[in-house]
Design a binder for this molecule. Structure first.
Ligand SMILES: NC(=O)C1=CN([C@@H]2O[C@H](COP(=O)(O)OP(=O)(O)OC[C@H]3O[C@@H](n4cnc5c(N)ncnc54)[C@H](O)[C@@H]3O)[C@@H](O)[C@H]2O)[C@@H](O)CC1
Ligand SMILES: [K+]
Length: 459
């Protein structure tokens, strides 16, 4: 599991550890990891020009000590101080090995910019001098210290100017901004340097392959098709293609049986593609409703809610949620749908994804899966799992229908709603990566569904 802790949790862990260690130990660990990442990026240190943008806090201190290590290995290091003060000991160390302080606008063109403007102590946004200095070095690779300066660390918002990093080197644990968009996009590749912190449970996490493998339903020797779970699909009334795709997501072999409960005419088409799918005449353990449902989606949802089983509520059905759902739900909106559900603008949802996914989870006491580059799966109570699998090619029509079917299958197989949604989303992204050959080729929604078994084989 990748864990993203809050600033408060990190500060408490740092204090506890610092009390046991000689002064400066943690910063030295952080700086060593940072310098190593810069060397990796540049392919060496000797003769490289390194520019440190340094604010007034310890984030600047990390940058100064890393610069000291780089200067010792032959880099030409310049510092532009951007705060009211500067980490004095760090600056003295750098100067002692030939580092130079230059005024804003006076640095030579560097090979890399190290962003030590602010870290976890920063307020969102950048001061004008910092923004102007960054703009001067457009096109130069940027390594952010701990977080890209200017982003909102605990919720992933970016309300003003901020650094866009190629690499972010963080310490002790991930922070929420490393996982949650739009800030996560500004991080580039995130490298974690272990500085020895002991941390509590994190509110925001990201499943890793081992976690998914441990959660996946697997048939045991005595299982038959009914004990493995049966998922019911009531989708596609207005748009039959969506019905076919939600069935495709459900029919990847993770449950014993898929029953289709949409219109007969759509069922005929479903059977041509998926001959194993049967009519919805018997019990199911979870329903999927809404995908391509059009005006029938409200009635489809009402009908599903009468059975005492979990329901995946997708697309058109999201407009018909009861105030107090009688059964466990997984809601699967994209930003526009979530905006309508909460009565806000789409831009607001996109800018504050964590806040809005959590708000929907609370409002409907349900798991809310907000689709995006990094999909968020929020549980009532505030825990959130972020999906970091996937490729941009996954932004394709019908991909959401496949996801709804996949999550429904996992629910029917017995996973709890939070697990079903996060594992389904992880598999969906990984299947897209697989189908697109690591992002090299375009894909269709059906390719994603068909690649799920291949992904499971790698687990
Ligand atoms: N505390 C620790 O044990 C460790 C801290 N480390 C580093 O220390 C950082 C935290 O340091 P600090 O708590 O000193 O805080 P920061 O260095 O993140 O920033 C706080 C300083 O920046 C100013 N500031 C805040 N927002 C600003 C903005 N938008 N524009 C310009 N200036 C702004 C504040 O007035 C304050 O002086 C971490 O992110 C990490 O890089 C590491 O060295 C690892 C160990
Ligand atoms: K920074």
């Amino acid at each position: 599991m990748r864990s993203a802790h809050t600033v408060e949790q990190v500060r408490a862990a740092e204090q506890a550890l610092m009390a046991q260690l000689p002064d400066g130990t943690l910063m030295a660990r952080a700086a060593a990891g940072l310098a190593a990442a810069v060397v990796d990026l540049l392919g060496g240190a000797y003769g490289r020009r390194v520019l440190l943008l340094v604010g007034s806090g310890d984030n600047g201190g990390d940058a100064l000590y890393a610069g000291t290590l780089l200067a010792r290995r032959g880099s030409a290091v310049e510092v532009v101080p951007l705060g009211s003060t500067v980490h004095e000991a760090g600056l003295a160390a750098l100067r002692a090995v030939g580092g130079r302080v230059v005024a804003t606008g006076e640095a030579a063109r560097p090979d890399v910019v190290v962003d030590g403007i602010v870290g976890i102590g920063g307020r969102p946004g950048l001061r004008d001098d910092a923004a102007a200095e960054l703009a001067r070095h457009e096109g130069v690779p940027v390594v952010a210290v701990d977080v890209p300066s200017g982003v909102s660390v605990d919720d992933g918002r970016v309300d003003g100017p901020h650094v866009r990093a190629d690499v972010t080197v963080t310490f002790g644990t991930h922070k929420v901004a490393h996982l949650v968009d739009p800030a996560a996009t500004a991080c580039g590749a995130v490298l974690l340097v272990d500085i020895g912190l002991e941390l509590p449970t994190a509110p925001v996490t990201a499943l890793q392959p081992d976690d998914v493998a441990a959660l996946l339903p697997r048939p045991r020797g005595a299982d038959h098709k009914y004990t493995r779970g049966v998922v019911g699909i009531r989708t596609g009334t207005a748009y039959p293609g969506a019905g076919l795709l939600s069935v495709a997501g459900a029919a990847t072999g993770l449950v014993g049986m898929v029953r289709y409960a949409g219109p007969d005419a759509v069922f005929e088409q479903v059977r041509l593609v998926h001959p194993e799918v049967v009519a919805a005449t018997g019990r199911v353990q979870a329903w999927v409703v809404g995908s391509g449902g059009g005006e029938a989606a409200g009635a489809d949802l009402a009908s599903a809610l009468r059975d005492d089983i979990p329901v995946v509520v997708d697309a058109d059905a999201l407009a018909h949620l009861p105030a107090e759902p009688p059964v466990p739900l997984v809601l699967t909106p994209h930003a526009g749908e979530l905006a309508r559900m909460l009565g806000v603008e789409r831009d607001e949802v996109e800018a504050r994804q964590l806040e809005h996914a959590r708000a929907a989870a609370e409002r409907w006491n349900a798991v809310c899966l907000l689709k995006g580059r990094h999909t968020l799966v929020a549980a009532p109570g505030g825990d959130v799992r972020v999906t970091t699998t996937g490729v941009p090619w996954l932004a394709t029509a019908g991909a959401g229908d496949v996801l709804a079917g996949l999550v429904g299958a996992l629910l029917a197989a017995g996973l709890a709603p939070y697990d079903a949604a996060s594992v389904g989303s992880w598999l969906h992204g990984a299947a897209a990566t697989y189908a697109s050959d690591g992002g090299r080729a375009p894909i269709t929604a059906l390719d994603v569904a068909r690649s799920v078994p291949a992904v499971i084989r790698t687990l």
